[in-house]
Design a binder for this molecule. Sequence first.
Ligand code: TXA
Ligand code: MG
Length: 347
Amino acid sequence: METKLVKIDPCRVEDFDSELKEAAEIIKRGGLVAFPTETVYGLGANALDPMAASRIYEAKGRPSDNPLIIHIADADDFEKWCICENKKALCALKESFIPGPITVIQKKKSIIPDTVTAGMDTVAVRCPSHPVARRLIELSGVPIAAPSANTSGRPSPTKATHVIEDLMGKVDMIIDGGECDVGLESTIVMLKSDGAVLLRPGGITREELEEKLGEIQVDKAVLNKLGEGEKPLAPGMKYRHYAPRASLIALKGSDTDVLEFMKSVSDDLSVGLICYREDMLCGERVQILGSASDKEEMAHRLFDCLRYFDSMEEIKTVYTRLPDTSSIGLALVNRLIKACGYTVKEL
Ligand code: TXA
Ligand code: MG
């Protein structure tokens, strides 16, 4: 399949209406368009068309039991697609975080095809803040089902080049809108009549959510490897995600111990390092995750760091810093331990 590549400046979407109309036409006729959002790039299709949704699973090589998030442009449209059992909580989320990097799971309405929800009786709905995503949804006139625009199992794409690596020739159009702001996928919250559960941490932090909703439950799968027979609330959390080609090992210990260990392996040509700027390590086999005091920067850079080592044949092992779990650190640690397959080296 020929993939059309289009560049759109997110600060001037109004100048790109003809490109976005073309993209919307593709969506309307059942095709696939990869587009930027504030979290990561998404691979979009008409969420009301089961055939179109099934093309997403095919292009990504995604297991059919892993449901898709549907994207809407108007925050007032949530209840068109799902049944709200906790209006107070939904209102609080809308007031503070929507449009933005958060996804809400509620009971689905029957208009949403089973292909999209992988047969579940709930649906995940997100209203993104990214101007390109918003305009594309508006022009399409339908909700857009979109998982992250990567091959299943690979790190999520935060730049158009990542999408090109994974999906060129498999989708109708890729919109290059520059780097994604947040860099990690949206926070996923399930609303129930008696409270809320955090299924996947992201740009909106647990602390921010609790400030608005009161105490929330955190699904065990966020930080723990589940035992045989245990199921995460978000089916996607059970897969080994974000995996780079080399084996990734997270380092846990005091700053001094971690730095000393990284220095001790830094001459090994088969080793890559993901470290903080303050570690003062450099070279081709070193990636800077960000400043030790800036977890937003780390979130923005994480998936690019993980992909970086994939092009280096000689790298067999990558050691990475592991930040603490406060604020967006919970999302960073969740992605890192999954990428490691839960291999953490205690120093
Ligand atoms: O930031 C994001 O959320 C990005 C952008 C493109 O919006 N999308 C994204 O989609 O990360 P994806 O498919 O890569 O991850 C969606 C996660 C999966 O773990 C899936 O299992 C879960 O959401 N999910 C979707 N619908 C669900 C449902 N009804 N119940 C429980 N989990 C659900
Ligand atoms: Mg994904």
